[in-house]
Design a protein around this ligand. Structure first.
Ligand code: HEM
Length: 262
């Protein structure tokens, strides 16, 4: 039997909750381990995990089990929390700014601009750590080789040197450099095109299907406590519903009220 140890960084939570989180993290790890050994034994065509365990050529050796696990976990976690954060941020903006929702309903071609400005204004990944491979100077500041840095994408996206009135949500920004919400360089987010597509569809549907979206009274959004992810932990929203008649047509005269949690 191989015994592995994992280190989980969770702080500021009661002991019971930390144990619960450690358990689910270990279960997730065991699930991935089983999945990878299943696919090694019985590879399936067109399956991502099978492709990863088989990938190798003359110059590049096959990935180790831990490497495959790292890639699969990063795809799952990196593509889930980030997008949840982006969609809930867009919902919050639409709920707080009925004029924005109205503009989007009248002109759905604005959806990509809403996605990009939300990525800038409420960057789902606040930052990531980096280690310098050589001595470097950044903004006049010398940084030695081997230094641990926290690169803050969220702060760069609010840099007044890059964006005018960076603290305002502005759909009509022109002539400014793009945001860095997906990072930049060799490790730039591999899922960015998928994230943009999913977010665009989500914001179009929210604007068109949930008219008069607003914050439920007395329910300010609670933000997640995290130094890397900028997300909303709970968001109580209300919107109007229209009763559907028997023939399938919507009866706009009889609105109701719905409440949902994002
Ligand atoms: C709103 C959604 C998303 C945001 C804001 C986001 C943000 C980021 C950021 C900031 C990085 C680091 C880039 C760097 O180091 O310079 C990253 C890397 C990565 N992302 Fe995303 N991401 C999102 C969605 C996704 C999705 C949907 C997937 C997969 C389906 C994904 C998979 C990855 C992977 C695998 C990496 C590592 C790339 C590498 O190290 O070469 N992400 N992402």
């Amino acid at each position: 039997m191989v015994r592995r140890s994992h280190r989980l960084h969770i702080s500021g939570l009661p002991a019971g909750r930390r144990i619960e989180l450690a358990r689910s993290s270990a279960e997730f790890h065991d699930f991935l381990e089983r999945l990878i050994s299943d696919r090694r034994r019985d590879p399936r065509p067109g399956d991502l995990v099978s492709t990863l365990v088989q990938a190798a050529d003359a110059d590049v050796p096959a990935l180790t089990g831990d490497e495959v696990m790292g890639v699969v976990a990063q795809l799952l976690v990196g593509g889930h929390e980030t997008l949840t954060a982006l969609i809930s941020s867009m919902s919050l903006l639409l709920a707080r700014e009925p004029s924005l929702a109205g503009r989007l309903r009248t002109d759905p071609s604005l959806a990509p601009a809403v996605v990009e400005e939300t990525l800038r204004y409420r960057s789902p990944v606040k930052g990531m750590t980096r280690t310098t491979t050589r001595e470097v100077e950044l903004g006049g500041q010398p940084i030695p080789a081997g230094a641990r840095l926290l690169v803050l994408f969220g702060a760069a996206n609010r840099d007044p040197a890059g964006f005018s009135c960076p603290g305002s949500f502005d759909l009509d920004r022109t002539g400014e450099g793009g945001h860095v919400a997906f990072g930049r360089g060799i490790h730039t987010c591999i899922g960015a095109p998928l994230a943009r597509l999913e977010a665009r569809v989500a914001v179009e549907e929210i604007a068109s299907r949930l008219p008069e979206l607003r914050l439920a009274q007395g329910e300010p959004p609670a933000h997640l406590r995290s130094c890397t992810i900028y997300s909303i932990a709970a968001l109580e929203l209300e919107w109007e519903t229209t009763r559907t008649q028997r023939d399938g047509k919507r009866d706009a005269e009889t609105p109701g009220k719905r409440r949902g949690q994002a």
